[in-house]
Each structure stands twice: as structure tokens, then as C-alpha cells.
Write a protein of this length. Structure first.
Lengths: 267, 287
């Protein structure tokens, strides 16, 4: 059934990662991602893989769920690996038709894929441990300095919050409309393409009407409560950088130093 | 032949962390020609229950039989059985989509692939039945109608299917008193004149008192009580457990009797109750 879908992938919990300030998480994630591309020695990859694994364990998110977030990229990973495997010059170990598979290609493909997997895992760690609302809050806070250059930080965050808030509502609404039209004998699962597209009209029209009605009502309700954008607005749960965040920062610095040292030594 | 629910169980999102049992071992028979009211507070499973009656939801355990045909079966027989049950959802006006009222009401009959003349005939009848004048309203956009008219147009869309059983899920919610009154009368008419079996979901006990000949209370996915109104309205314990309130007339008559007036609380419809009180008052005065 349609309402069986869960939105986003936030996994509620109380781990160290959950308790971190979302802004710090976003900034550190950014540095990690840069790090993945800067440090490209085998030793650095090993350190980063171990570190990512530790973070995953620390988050208390079931590994099964983490694996699920990598799954959709399975084909891209396989394709990338194959392309590198047969397009890198070097010592050939097997030759199929016109493709030369090389050892250098194997390692090259392996590391590119590892890089991608680490990237996905680290960013999904952020979305697993941070609720969508905290994420938008953090985004607003981080974008605030750009306001001077005309970036509507508050408005963007508010739009994101509202959109997230209404996804489940609209799904529920869709489910209800589908059921109602089914009760009137409409059939969505048979006939040719044209007929199937046509059978969506009785669902889409009421859905759009209801979405517009809700938007209208929401705008009215916000105005009635004197909403006038982000100017002078305070937050009930203000984001605060705490001890956990300083600790995370320190760990990251140590981590960066180790990677830097590895790079200098050249492992 | 009745609609029979046999040990129906329904679980939302089974085998996930969000699993929720909405119905637990519900057995119920809805006799042909009856007017059954299903009452219970929000989340008691009444909406889930009625969605089983025309096969929109398939039970995770148990069986639903309409006139002896299992709705879970594949093939033509089950489809025919499903079509015998018309379903009016909560806020049915939210399902209107066509350009004109007549086209919207014709949507169901068209899906049944009826001949054009028959469709027009049914649309006309259904509109007359819900008190929407055919000539005046047939070419109007459904979105120009008032709230009560939209509700009636949507209900006409289900009536045009000519169901043998009609399920209405809180049909009077959000209507003004006049619209509510009018709609209830239309439903009673459907039952009396067209001999349609009605299943009426509501938590308004006054509406139920005026219409139903049988009352089912739901609580936490189970049938709490299944009785004739004369008994159901005096089952104080069950009424309280289901989170409902006895009809106002029952409460009034009970209080009057406590004060020493010779009335019988079983006269729970508004008309009966008023007549009853007047009679008791006259008798009290004369002696």
C-alpha cells in the first residue's frame, strides 16, 4: 500500500552522532569529502575506511540499513569498476576480445569504487543521524552569512521544512483518492499505455486541488500568526555547539594530521 | 444474502518497525435490508473495517464474503461481488474531478461499461435522488457548488452505481445543520424506498439513534458490542469504553425519570421522545 512508504532515512536514536550539532556535522562531512579526494594513497584509503566503519558502528544504525543506501548505486559501481579495469594501461593479465584487463586497472577501479562507497556511506550517516528538520535548521544557519549576497536563507529553509512536512500528508491523500476512485470502478493496472495515463486523471486532478487548498490554508494560517519571513525570528530549539562537537572537531583534526603525515611519507 | 466478515484481522505495514494491528478477529454479519451503524472513536478501526466490505483492503487474516462470494478470490465473480458494495468515503467531495457534475457522476457507470442511454438515466436518477436538479446542475463545474452540494454530488456518483449495499463513512462530517439533516433524510429514503442495505459509520449517536436498526461499537480493533439500538444506547459501560456518549434524548429521558416523571427512555428518537415527554407532562398535570 502507498502509505507503507517511509520518508527520508532518519533513524531515531541517541548516539554520539545523533547528539552532535547538525551544523558541525555538515561542515565536517564537507571536509571528509574533500579529504577523500585529496588523500589518494593506499594507506590513506585504509585509514579512511577504518574511520568510516568506526563512525558507522558509533551511530548505532543497523548496518543492514546502511547497506540499503548503497544498493541503488550498485550498477554505477560495477560499471565504473569495469571501465577502469579495461582502460588502464599496464601489465595485462587476461585479454577478452578487444579488452585488456590489467592489474593497474584492477587497483584503479577498486579505489575509485571505494571512494564512491565511502562518499555515500558518510553522507548517508548524516541523513541517518539527523532529522530532516534539524538539517534544514542547520542549512539556514550555515547559509545566513550569504544573505548579504541576496541568498534567501530563511525562505529556502522554510520552503524545505514545509515540503517535508506535507509529503506524508499528500501521500495519505493520494491513497484515499485512489481508493475512492477504485470504489467507483476505475482500473489503473490494465490496458495500454494511453489508457493507463488517462486513468491517472481522476487521481491527479483531486490531488492538485487538495494541494492548492492546503497551500492556501497554510498561507492564511501563517499570516494569521503574523509570519513575515525570517526578520527578527528566534528559535525555540536554538542550535548550540557543545562538548561532543569540540570532541568531534578534535578527532577530525587528529585524523587529518595522520592523513597528512601519510601523504608526506608517501604510503 | 448478507455480507459476512469471518475472523477478519488487518495489520498495517506488517513486518516493519511501524507495524500496527487495526482489526483483531472481527466477525460480523450485515443482513440484507438492515441499517447498521458502526460507532467508535478515532482510531478504533471503523474506517479500516468498512474498507474491507468492498475489497479495497484485503484482510491479513480471515475472510469477507458478499452474498457468499469471497472478495479475495480472483475472477469475475469476485469483481461482481465487489461492485455490489458502494462506498462513500469521508469527505467524498475531495474525489470530484470532472468538468461537469453530470460527467463526474457518470464516471462510475462508464467504468462499468454501460450503454450511454442507461448512463444518462442513472445520472439523472442519482441527481434527483440527492436533490440536485438535473437540468440546473448537470453542466456546472463541481467546483462551483457549495460544500453541501459537492458532498451530495459525490454521493450521487456512488448511488449511480446502483449498489445493493451502500457504505457511508461519516457522511455528515463538516456539514452545516441543514445539510446534515437533509443528507440523513436522503440516506433513510435510500434505505426505505430503494431497499438498499446501509452501513453507516459515525460517532454521532444522535444521528445513529434516528436511523439505525442495529448498532456496532468498535474499540481498539475489536467489536465491543453488537445490539439493537434499544439495548445499545443503555449499555453505559460499553458506551464509555468506546469513548462515545449516549444520544441526547436518552440522557434527557433518563434524567427526567430520575426526577420522577413517568417517561420511558426507550423512546430515543427526537419525535418519539418529544411526544413521550409531552404525554407524561399532561398526565402529571391532570392528576
Amino acid at each position: 500500500m502507498l502509505t507503507d512508504i517511509t520518508i527520508g532515512q532518519y533513524f531515531p536514536g541517541d548516539s554520539v552522532l545523533h547528539r552532535m550539532d547538525p551544523r558541525v556535522k555538515i561542515v565536517l562531512l564537507f571536509f571528509f569529502i574533500v579529504g577523500i579526494f585529496v588523500f589518494d594513497t593506499r594507506g590513506a584509503y585504509a585509514v579512511m575506511s577504518v574511520f568510516t566503519l568506526l563512525l558507522m558502528l558509533l551511530s548505532h544504525v543497523p548496518l543492514r540499513m546502511m547497506a540499503r543506501s548503497v544498493k541503488p548505486l550498485w550498477w554505477i559501481l560495477a560499471f565504473t569498476f569495469l571501465v577502469h579495469l579495461c582502460s588502464t594501461p599496464g601489465e595485462i593479465f587476461v585479454r577478452v576480445w578487444i579488452f585488456d584487463f590489467t592489474y593497474a586497472g584492477f587497483w584503479q577501479g577498486f579505489f575509485v569504487c571505494l571512494r564512491l562507497v565511502l562518499l555515500i556511506l558518510l553522507s548517508s550517516l548524516l541523513t541517518f543521524t539527523t532529522s530532516p528538520l534539524a538539517l534544514t535548521d542547520a542549512l539556514e544557519s550555515l547559509l545566513r552569512p550569504l544573505k548579504r549576497f541576496g541568498v534567501p536563507a530563511h525562505e529556502l529553509a522554510m520552503m524545505m521544512t514545509i515540503a517535508l512536512r506535507f509529503v506524508p500528508t499528500l501521500i495519505e491523500e493520494t491513497d484515499k483518492i485512489i481508493k475512492a476512485q477504485q470504489s467507483r470502478g476505475s482500473d489503473f493496472s490494465s490496458g495500454n499505455l494511453m489508457k493507463r495515463v488517462k486513468s491517472l486523471i481522476p487521481i491527479l486532478v483531486p490531488l492538485f486541488i487538495s494541494a492548492f487548498r492546503r497551500a492556501d490554508e497554510l498561507a492564511m494560517a501563517m499570516e494569521a500568526r503574523c509570519y513575515r519571513g525570517g526578520v527578527g525570528r528566534t528559535q525555540m530549539k536554538a542550535l548550540q555547539i557543545g562538548a561532543v562537537d569540540y570532541l568531534a572537531l578534535a578527532v577530525t583534526l587528529v585524523f587529518a594530521a595522520v592523513l597528512g603525515a601519510l601523504k608526506v611519507v608517501g604510503i | 444474502m448478507p455480507i459476512e466478515l469471518k475472523h477478519v484481522t488487518y495489520t498495517y505495514m506488517p513486518q516493519t518497525p511501524f507495524e500496527r494491528v487495526a482489526l483483531q478477529d472481527v466477525s460480523l454479519t450485515i443482513e440484507e435490508g438492515s441499517f447498521t451503524a458502526i460507532a467508535g472513536h478515532t482510531g478504533s478501526g471503523k474506517s479500516t473495517l468498512v474498507q474491507h466490505l468492498n475489497g479495497i483492503l484485503q484482510p491479513t487474516g480471515g475472510q469477507v464474503l458478499v452474498d457468499g462470494t469471497d472478495l479475495a478470490a480472483r475472477g469475475k465473480a469476485a469483481l461482481t461481488a465487489r461492485r455490489k458494495v458502494g462506498m462513500v468515503f469521508q469527505y467524498p467531495e475531495h474525489q470530484l474531478f470532472e468538468e461537469t457534475v453530470a460527467l463526474d457522476i457518470a464516471f462510475g457507470p462508464k467504468n462499468m461499461e454501460l450503454p450511454a442511454a442507461e448512463i444518462e438515466q442513472r445520472v439523472r436518477q442519482a441527481m434527483e435522488f440527492v436533490h440536485l436538479d438535473y437540468e440546473t446542475y448537470k453542466d456546472r463545474s463541481p467546483f462551483q457548488l457549495s460544500g453541501g452540494q459537492m458532498r451530495r454530488a459525490a454521493i450521487a456518483g456512488v448511488i449511480a452505481l446502483k449498489p445493493k449495499y451502500l457504505v457511508l463513512d461519516e457522511p455528515t462530517a463538516g456539514l452545516d445543520p441543514r445539510g446534515r439533516e437533509d443528507l440523513l433524510q436522503r440516506i433513510v429514503q435510500l434505505h426505505k424506498k430503494e431497499k438498499i442495505t446501509i452501513v453507516f459509520v459515525s460517532h454521532n449517536m444522535d444521528d445513529i439513534a434516528r436511523t439505525a436498526d442495529r448498532v456496532v461499537f468498535m474499540d481498539q480493533g475489536k467489536v465491543l458490542l453488537d445490539e439493537a439500538p434499544a439495548k445499545a444506547f443503555f449499555a453505559e459501560k460499553e458506551i464509555a469504553q468506546a469513548g462515545l456518549a449516549a444520544p441526547q434524548m436518552v440522557t434527557l429521558l433518563t434524567k427526567l425519570r430520575e426526577k420522577g416523571l413517568a417517561v420511558d427512555p426507550a423512546a430515543f428518537t427526537m419525535e418519539d421522545g418529544v411526544a413521550h415527554i409531552m404525554k407524561a407532562l399532561r398526565e402529571a398535570k391532570s392528576c
